[in-house]
Design a protein around this ligand. Structure first.
Ligand code: HEM
Length: 405
């Protein structure tokens, strides 16, 4: 740590470094992150969009900053940033808010995601996994993302919320447009309007016919107790569905990819399935689904690692880089399923620590466990270098994962 903290101790604000964005970077961003971390563990960068931000790549610094209340999420507090926000119906969710709003909204759903409640879902998740693998087994090859990694978490989150998973095609297109940051001028308003109308339709259905599910409970919290506004309710649905669509799919997809390209490690896991929980933690650390945490804004100047981030500046904690910090994880670029270290930042840290972590962990364990035991000869159908990684700054995952079995 001393070496790069020392390197960051220079007078005046350092020159921003460019944030890479070429396909080679998306294939393997880790050498570039290591270089960034070596030059400065906290420092200014220029994003592909031209925006300037502060990037955090060191573990110690990330751990401190992610729990620092001076780093705010609520963009409405910063006049110069207000126009980059989505409309309130997609923006007023806990991940974009600060206490006390964050606390109030998170409290409404914490009970549904405790380890005990999630454990009760295990048999149903095992059944969903088995059904998807049955369907896959009818063929000799498949795209693992499309056939397994994507439908599993979607089905689970839709069942938990109590919504039909049938119209998920539209939702996926809209959510991709909004989350990727790559939608065109015409696509974005259509996607935003589509998402809001979709959530309103779901809420109306629960108002007409409530049942024993999370969305009915949230709608009742809105209508009977006024514990959240209509825009907050719509935003909550959006956040939970996005979390279900964009993250766990990549734990399963990227995780399987790394197992298939590390024969010694997959052999260990096949020989001893009790390694599964530790394997999932290591896959999350080694190449997790959230590459960069969502943007924070300094509410006042923050001094860290010898530099001062001025007030009102965007801060990006590069979780992927942080989880490969050699000062925290010995031999960070080695995939070691026996590492047994769950204190990584793949689920974030501080008050916004992933609400769905127990669910995501269980889904990952069930999915990868079932996949390996079902297909003893599972193999990649293409060369690793030919795989396409989805573009984008915040999320990391494969566009497709062709396999044979
Ligand atoms: C492997 C899968 C997953 C990963 C790697 C992941 C990762 C993360 C990370 C890094 C954050 C914090 C982001 C930040 O601080 O900027 C977060 C927050 C969150 N995640 Fe997850 N997540 C996963 C699955 C899920 C699932 C299945 C749900 C289910 C509903 C979920 C719900 C949430 C929510 C609601 C938040 C916001 C919490 C808050 O602001 O207090 N996540 N997640």
């Amino acid at each position: 740590m001393a070496e790069h903290v020392g390197a960051a101790r220079e007078p005046g604000p350092p020159e921003p470094l460019p944030w890479p964005s070429d396909p080679a970077f998306h294939r393997d961003p880790y050498p570039a992150y290591a270089q960034l971390r070596r030059s400065r563990s906290v420092g200014p960068v220029t994003l592909p969009s031209g925006l300037r931000a502060w990037a955090v790549t060191g573990f110690e610094e990330a751990w401190e900053l992610l729990a620092d209340p001076r780093l705010a999420k609520d963009i409405r507090r910063f006049a110069h940033l207000r126009d980059v926000a989505l409309p309130p119906e997609l923006n007023l969710h806990m991940l974009n808010l600060d206490p006390p709003d964050h606390t109030r909204l998170r409290r409404l759903v914490t009970k549904a995601f405790t380890a005990r409640r999630v454990e009760a879902l295990r048999p149903r998740i095992e059944q969903i996994a088995a059904e998807l693998l049955d369907a896959m087994a009818q063929q000799r090859s498949a795209d693992l993302i499309e056939a397994f990694a994507f439908p599993l978490p979607i089905t689970v989150i839709c069942e938990l919320l109590g919504i039909p998973s049938g119209d998920r095609g539209d939702f996926r297109r809209w959510s991709n447009a909004v989350v990727s940051g790559r939608a065109t001028r015409d696509e974005l308003p259509e996607a935003v309007a589509g998402l809001i109308a979709y959530a309103k339709k779901l809420i109306a259905a629960k108002r007409a016919e409530p049942s024993d599910d999370l969305l009915s409970a949230l709608t009742a919290a809105r209508d009977e107790d006024d514990r959240l506004s209509e825009a907050e309710l719509i935003s909550m649905i959006f956040l939970l569905l996005i979390a279900g669509h964009e993250t766990t799919v990549n734990l399963i997809g990227t995780g399987t990819f790394h197992l298939l390209t590390h024969p010694d490690q997959i052999a260990l896991l096949r020989d001893d399935p009790s390694l599964l929980p530790s394997a999932i933690e290591e896959l999350l650390r080694y190449d997790g689904p959230v590459e960069v945490a969502t943007t924070r804004i300094t509410a006042e100047p923050v001094e860290i690692a010898g530099v001062t981030i001025p007030a009102g500046e965007p801060v990006l904690v590069a979780l992927a880089a942080v989880d490969r910090d050699p000062d925290r994880f010995p031999g960070p670029d080695r995939l070691d399923l026996t590492r047994g270290d769950a204190q990584h930042v793949a689920f974030g840290h501080g008050i916004h620590y992933c609400l769905g972590a127990p669910l995501a962990r269980m889904e990952g364990q069930i999915a990868i466990g079932a996949l390996l035991s079902r297909f003893p000869s599972l193999a990649l159908a293409v060369r690793p270098g030919d795989l396409v990684w989805r573009p984008g700054l915040l999320l990391r995952g494969l566009a497709a994962l062709p396999v044979t079995f």
